[in-house]
Design a protein around this ligand. Structure first.
Ligand SMILES: Cc1cc2nc3c(=O)[nH]c(=O)nc-3n(C[C@H](O)[C@H](O)[C@H](O)COP(=O)(O)OP(=O)(O)OC[C@H]3O[C@@H](n4cnc5c(N)ncnc54)[C@H](O)[C@@H]3O)c2cc1C
Length: 376
């Protein structure tokens, strides 16, 4: 019944100017039809189809876990474009609902729901990636204002974002996890420079972000000053929610596209490629089974298994796409086609959101209880 409602709404609304958005956007393809995707997302919002898992009191649709899965599956199955406001909807919003003040919720949540303000995540720095506790961007209180200085890097979508949630060191001389704060910083101000980084794919969807005396009100700290590590980890706990089931439908479509390419080029005659395509299909079933089994347990260390599984699966799919395309995968007319882009961008899957090595450390230490890795 609910599945029907979602599917019908999407079929009726993914028409007219929005019809051409099918399949656009997503990792490696964020540049595609950005303005129209933003308009589409505001259209979704107007009918209450953004932030569907948030409680109603915060502007969400209050869907159950099961309904959220259905929503994401139907959304992906319809070919509707990848979302532009996902960092606000999936990361910052849930963090504010859990740990924000009533004023912060009132100020920010409605604009996330309506897709009027876009967010980005300012964690990584040139010297702090996997080792996030090495953050050195600093902020100090000047009267009733935080003044932020330092550099973030790999900040996805900062070039289109209005705000950034920034992990900064607010206690001078503090070390590691202590003395950090989680600040909400407006990006469109003097004192912030956003510099896009050109990727392997030739496009730019992440950035360097320089804070040079950037300012934000004292009230823009989530949780207590100095308690930013806990807040930052809470945000990461929201990163891998039910939307992974929608992601898998996108993966299936990509796999079908790779098989189609293999038929077209004749590489399907290669029995080794056929065996690997079959393995990929089985891998997708494993991904789905794992995601369903761990649904609702987004904070558990088993989540690391899910990240490892999908990242490796998708990276191998990129390699399969190149094999399926044969020699034509080696050249392009100035910019990579969608299969080359899949291959190139999927190299990043095993880095962002926790690299393979870090996920394996988590499994070794927290699931198997093996001795801890040496730490600097
Ligand atoms: C496409 C993409 C989008 C991103 N978007 C954002 C974003 O929006 N916001 C943001 O803050 N960051 C973002 N990042 C950054 C991402 O979080 C980091 O790249 C990631 O945490 C790894 O950090 P690093 O790049 O500094 O590599 P490093 O931490 O320097 O790691 C280098 C290598 O060493 C390995 N390694 C490191 N430590 C260990 C260890 N203890 N044991 C074993 N091996 C280890 C790593 O696995 C890796 O292979 C993005 C990255 C990518 C690729």
């Amino acid at each position: 019944m609910f599945r029907r409602e979602v599917a019908d709404w999407l079929a009726e609304n993914l028409t007219g100017e929005f019809a051409g958005l099918r399949g656009l956007g997503g990792p490696g393809r964020e540049h595609e039809a950005f303005d129209l995707r933003l308009a589409w997302e505001r259209h979704l919002a107007a009918s209450g189809w953004t932030c569907v898992g948030w409680p109603r009191e915060f502007g969400g649709r209050g869907l159950s876990l099961e309904e959220q899965v259905i929503f994401h599956e139907e959304y992906a199955a319809s070919g509707a474009p990848a979302r532009v406001g996902h960092l606000g909807e999936q990361l910052l919003g849930p963090t504010l609902i859990a740990l924000g003040t009533p004023e912060q919720r009132q100020r920010f949540l409605p604009k996330i729901v309506a897709v009027e303000e876009l967010w980005c995540q300012g964690y990584s720095e040139p010297g702090a990636g996997s080792d996030l506790a090495a953050v050195s961007t600093s902020a100090r209180l000047d009267g009733d204002t935080w003044v932020v200085s330092g550099q973030k890097i790999w900040t996805s979508l900062a070039h289109v974002a209005d705000w950034c949630f920034v992990l900064a060191r607010t206690e001078p001389g503090s070390r590691r996890h202590a003395g950090l704060s989680y600040l909400l910083v407006p990006l469109r101000q003097d004192g912030v420079t956003v510099r896009p980084i050109r990727q392997l794919t030739g496009t730019s969807e992440f950035n360097e972000v320089f804070f040079d005396g950037a300012r934000t009100p004292a009230s823009m700290v989530v949780g207590e000053p100095g308690d930013g590590w806990r807040v930052a980890m809470a945000t990461l706990g929201f990163e891998r929610g039910v939307s992974t089931l929608g992601q898998q439908i996108g993966f299936r479509r990509e796999l079908e596209g790779v098989i189609e390419q293999a038929r077209r080029t004749g590489t399907i005659d290669d029995p080794v490629l056929r065996a690997d395509l079959t393995r990929a299909w089985i891998g997708l079933r494993v991904l789905r089974a794992h995601a369903l089994r761990t649904l609702g347990d987004e904070a558990g260390p088993e989540v690391a298994v899910g990240k490892l599984l999908w990242a490796q699966w998708h990276r191998r799919l990129g390699e399969l796409a190149m094999r399926a395309r044969g020699a034509r995968s080696l050249t392009h007319d100035g910019e990579p086609d969608e299969w080359q882009r899949l291959f190139l961008f999927s190299r990043a899957d095993t880095i962002y959101g926790g690299s393979d090595e870090i996920e394996r450390n988590i499994i070794a230490e927290r699931v198997l209880g093996l001795p801890k890795e040496a730490r600097a």
